[in-house]
Design a protein. Structure first.
Length: 299
C-alpha cells in the first residue's frame, strides 16, 4: 500500500502555502485522480491548479498533475520570481539550488509555468505563477532539452495553445522516468527520461495520449567512469528525442497507477500488442506538427 500522506496534514509550517487546493480530480467532468505509486513513500503537495506527488527517496517528483483551463489562461511573465524550497517538507527531501549551481543544468519546470497561469482573477493566476517556482516542481534537465522549442517545450506549447484555441480543458501528468543508468550528481539521480500524459474529452469520453522525452547522452560522449556512478561534474546530457508512446509502457516504466488512462489511450496500436513489448510501438516525433490530440474534434 502507498505510504501516501497529504502535506497539509504533516503539521509543518504552511504560512506561505496555506489554503492551496491543488489539482482537481474532477476537472474534466470525469474523475481522473493523481496517479499513485504503490509500495513507495510519497507526499502529495497541493499548489494552485496543480499538485506534486513527491518521492522523498529521490528528492524529486514522481508525477505532477495539472488542470489546464484554456478559457482562462492569462499572459503573465515570470517577474523575477525566485525558486524556493517548499516549507512544508524537510529540505533534505527536496532537490534545491545546490544541484543547479555552476553547471549547465536547468531547473526544468515539470508543470509548465505558463500552463498553470489561469484563473477567474489576476490574483489567482499570479498565485499559480509563483507556485510553479517551488523546487518540488523542478527536475534537472540539460539546458537545450528544457529550452528547445521543437521537443520538450514544443510539446508543452502545443498542449497549451490547443487548449486555448479550442476553449477546452485538459489534464497533464508529467514526471521523470527513473532508471538504473541515471547518473548520480551531488547526491541526486539525474533522470535521463521524462514522460507526459495528456487527458481530455473526445466526443464526450475520456481520452489520453502519452509521450516520452529522452535526454540520454550518446555513449561516445560519456566519461570513462562506471555508469551509473557518482559524478563530480554535471553529467553530459546529449541530443534528446521525443516519442509518442503507449501509456501502458509509461505505467510499466514508472510504476504509476495509470490504468484508467491506459484504457483511454488514443494511440491505436497501443492496446493491440503484448505488454512485454515495451518501446516496440514508440513513434519518434520530429516536430510539434507530428503531434495529434484530436483537439479539432468535439470535446
Amino acid at each position: 500500500m502507498d505510504e501516501l500522506m497529504t502535506a497539509a496534514a504533516s503539521g509543518r509550517n504552511e504560512r506561505d502555502l496555506g489554503g492551496r487546493l491543488g489539482y482537481d480530480e474532477d476537472f474534466l467532468g470525469r474523475t481522473v485522480p493523481v496517479p499513485g505509486l504503490p509500495g513507495v513513500r510519497t507526499v502529495l503537495l497541493p499548489y494552485t491548479h496543480f499538485s506534486v506527488l513527491l518521492r522523498p527517496d529521490k528528492r524529486l517528483a514522481a508525477v505532477t498533475a495539472l488542470g489546464l483551463d484554456g478559457t482562462k489562461l492569462m499572459d503573465l511573465d515570470r517577474g523575477g520570481i525566485p525558486w524556493r524550497l517548499d516549507p512544508r517538507i524537510p529540505e533534505l527531501e527536496q532537490t534545491g539550488e545546490r544541484v543547479y549551481a555552476r553547471n549547465d543544468l536547468d531547473r526544468g519546470h515539470l508543470v509548465r509555468r505558463a500552463s498553470a497561469v489561469w484563473g477567474d482573477t489576476a490574483a489567482e493566476a499570479a498565485q499559480a505563477n509563483e507556485d510553479t517556482f517551488y523546487y518540488t516542481n523542478a527536475a534537472p534537465q540539460a539546458a537545450k532539452f528544457n529550452q528547445g522549442m521543437e521537443l520538450w517545450l514544443g510539446l508543452e506549447s502545443y498542449l497549451q495553445e490547443n487548449a486555448a484555441g479550442s476553449k477546452r480543458r485538459i489534464v497533464v501528468f508529467t514526471g521523470p522516468i527513473f532508471g538504473d543508468t541515471d547518473p548520480v550528481y551531488r547526491g541526486v539521480e539525474i533522470p535521463l527520461k521524462f514522460f507526459k500524459v495528456a487527458a481530455f474529452l473526445y466526443r464526450g469520453e475520456l481520452a489520453a495520449t502519452g509521450y516520452v522525452v529522452d535526454q540520454t547522452p550518446l555513449l561516445a560522449d560519456l566519461p570513462d567512469v562506471p555508469h551509473p556512478g557518482v559524478m563530480d561534474e554535471a553529467p553530459p546530457l546529449g541530443p534528446f528525442r521525443t516519442f509518442q508512446a503507449p501509456i501502458r509502457d509509461i505505467a510499466a516504466l514508472t510504476g504509476l497507477t495509470l490504468g484508467q488512462l491506459v484504457a483511454a489511450d488514443r494511440m491505436p496500436i497501443a492496446a493491440a500488442l503484448p505488454a512485454a513489448r515495451v518501446t516496440s510501438t514508440w513513434r519518434e516525433l520530429r516536430s510539434p506538427e507530428d503531434l495529434d490530440l484530436d483537439f479539432d474534434l468535439e470535446g
